[in-house]
Write a protein that binds this ligand. Structure first.
Ligand code: GUN
Length: 281
């Protein structure tokens, strides 16, 4: 048996058509959804992410602006810029590309973004809303994973879910979304003992630990739904996930590929939340 591949690329294409319609609808009302991306410094990975976001925005007719700042920008200057965009009605979404240089307190910066424009879903108010089961803006990667699960009609209620990785932007909101959908959720992490054994209890396993090929077939309950959030480079520079896909595909029921699985959904949900935000502001 071989796992069914859950293509984020295909779902992103489907959602692109829906979103294009949403944007066109808004434009008839005189509203063009706008997203501003604040990029500090020259980090290579960040440059690539930002380019991809701008490309997708253009494809959907979303107005996007990439504001670049030198690595030497002070915290105060950056906070002033955010304040300016908070008040600028042309932008319904503000994204500050992370990581930020070390003279800048990233937490302060995230807090400074108007929570209504926080299309990343990182603002503590949005995190808190998710925690109390009344989500507004949701972190894009976990949100995209939920869309993928729904698209494949994966039953969540009553299932055992294990999330490996407890980051604020993936693991924690992921666990919360699964819990909201009535899964029984375990959060595992680098200090978890007998990790493979814990993972093997999962009907739904989400892996976001950032270690290439870490999860082997010993971690997988036969037939499980396995989601790979990893984006790592192997020795040859090839993009690989956290999951050893070739062997896990023989045990799992469903698996997300890398690339083409979770990745395309993250940008999709960013655009989706920008458009939704334009509807409401
Ligand atoms: N850096 C890497 N991924 C992301 C993301 O999704 N949002 C932001 N703001 N920064 C990132």
């Amino acid at each position: 048996m071989s796992a069914i591949m859950m293509s984020g690329k295909a779902l992103a294409e489907e959602m692109n058509s829906e979103m294009l319609e949403m944007v066109n609808n808004l434009k008839t009302k005189g509203i063009t959804p706008g997203l501003v991306v604040l990029l500090v410094g020259e980090d290579q990975a960040s440059q690539t992410y930002v380019r991809n976001k701008a490309k997708r925005a253009e494809k959907l007719g979303v107005h996007s602006l990439v504001k670049r700042y030198p690595n030497t920008i002070t915290e105060e200057e950056l906070l002033n810029e955010i304040d300016r965009f908070n008040r600028d009605a042309d932008f319904h979404g503000i994204l500050v590309q992370l990581p930020l240089p070390k003279q800048i307190n990233a937490e302060k910066v995230v807090n400074a973004v108007d929570s209504k424009k926080d299309v990343d879903g990182f603002h503590p108010l949005n995190m808190g809303k998710l925690l109390i089961g009344k989500p507004d803006k949701i972190a894009c990667t976990p949100y995209g994973i939920m869309k993928l699960l729904k698209r494949h009609q994966i039953e969540i209620a009553g299932k055992t879910a294990v999330v490996i990785g407890r980051s604020t932007i993936v693991g924690k909101p992921m666990a919360q979304l699964l819990l909201m959908n009535d899964a029984t959720v375990t959060m595992a992490h680098s200090k978890t003992q007998n990790l493979a054994e814990v993972a093997r209890t999962a009907d739904i396993l989400v892996v976001a630990i950032g270690r290439g090929n870490f999860v082997t077939k010993e971690f997988i309950k036969p037939g499980a739904v396995v989601i790979d959030v990893g984006m790592n480079r192997d020795a040859d520079g090839k993009l690989i996930g956290d999951i050893k896909a070739d062997e896990v595909a023989k045990v799992a029921g469903y698996l997300t590929p890398v690339p083409g699985g979770v990745g395309p959904m993250t940008i999709t949900m960013l655009m989706y939340q920008t458009i939704e935000s334009a509807k409401r502001i």
